[in-house]
Design a protein around this ligand. Structure first.
Ligand SMILES: [Zn+2]
Length: 341
């Protein structure tokens, strides 16, 4: 009997050791979280709320009459300055932009996810994307990719019919979109996929409505959710220390004067230029990266401006799959340029 107990104990020890070895991911296992905050301006990210646009007393108390307006709005994203890389503070000579000619959403996401602008993509209609995105490439290569998007055009941008990617979009288009996306992501945070793409957008929706206060609230809520995702990944042994978070936007917005901030776009429309539609500066974006592969903070100045095209190769590098990069893709952001498997 004693022998049997001893043998059983050895057997159990052997099994649990083997299981533990299996359960621990290889050192190469890497996880990527891409979060986009549609049309969120670098101005609010780095300067905080624009005092000239806030009238509601509660919002003034929370976001304007405070010691540090930027910190009051999106403290987690700002922490990327110290914990990673945060590009696009033009007041400090840091530059990031879209390089497509349109400065609105479909061309922006298409450029971001394919690694270069496509001049034929000059619409926001739900036309299936002819370009293959890095999410499709990763999915085809066997990575588990999950997408949660506020905008119902995202399935077309990711060409779900061809790519087979599964894309969550809000069930109720009349209700606020981001809370529906947040709830859906939250429900699966305990079982992270290899690559998670969360596309938030109530910032853009509220800005187009001209509600600056609600635009601020959407940004603040997005920032809180970024922190929640990051904390969930860092407290999960499978993903802790192996996760890269990338946060950026598909375009910026116009300036504060004459309410140009409510819109965005280069003024190009069906091949012609319509000056009244131009929102100067809405090609300017921000880009933040936080994760284990960062080597040093890159300096992207006006003369060497970072491009949203670089996000595609950055995603591949962060996933340890730079072998999937295409010759026409912009290089990864500099902090990842030397990353090796
Ligand atoms: Zn928009």
């Amino acid at each position: 009997m004693r022998l049997i107990v001893a043998l059983a104990a050895v057997f159990v020890a052997f099994i649990s050791e083997a299981w533990a070895r299996d359960a621990v991911p290889s050192p190469q296992a890497r996880f990527v979280v891409l979060v986009t905050i549609d049309g969120y301006r670098w101005e609010e990210l780095f300067r905080g709320a624009d005092a000239s646009l806030v009238s509601d007393p509660a919002y003034r108390a929370r976001y304007v009459d405070v010691p540090d307006r930027a910190q009051a709005l999106t403290p987690f994203l700002l922490s990327f300055r110290n914990e990673g890389v945060l590009i696009g503070d033009r007041d400090a000579g840091s530059c990031a932009r879209v390089t497509n000619d349109y400065w609105f959403s479909y061309p922006g996401y298409a450029e971001m996810l394919a690694g270069r602008p496509n001049p034929r993509i000059r619409y926001n209609a739900a036309i299936p994307n002819e370009d293959v995105t890095v999410l499709e490439r990763l999915n085809n290569a066997g990575a588990a990719v999950r997408v949660f998007a506020e905008w119902d055009v995202m399935p077309a941008i990711l060409n779900v019919a061809r790519s087979g990617l599964s894309v969550f979009i809000p069930a109720d288009p009349e209700a606020l979109h981001d809370p529906q996306v947040v709830a859906a992501v939250r429900a699966q945070l305990a079982t992270p996929p290899d690559v998670l793409f969360v596309a938030l957008g109530d910032t853009d929706n509220r800005a187009h409505e001209g509600s600056y206060e609600r635009y601020l609230a959407a940004a603040s809520e997005a920032d809180a959710f970024l922190r929640e995702i990051w904390d969930a990944y860092q407290s999960n042994p499978r993903t802790a220390g192996r996760t890269t978070m990338i946060v950026t936007a598909d375009h910026g917005r116009g300036g504060a004067e004459s309410d140009r901030w409510t819109g965005h776009g280069s003024g190009r429309w069906r091949g012609t230029r319509v000056p009244g539609l131009r929102h100067a500066g809405s090609d300017a974006i921000f880009a933040g990266v936080r994760g284990p592969l960062l080597e040093s903070a890159p300096a992207y100045s006006d003369a060497s401006c970072a491009s949203v095209s670089q996000i595609a190769a950055t995603i591949l590098a962060a996933a340890g799959r730079s072998d999937l990069a295409q010759p026409d893709m912009a290089p990864p952001l500099a902090a990842f340029a030397d990353a090796r498997e």
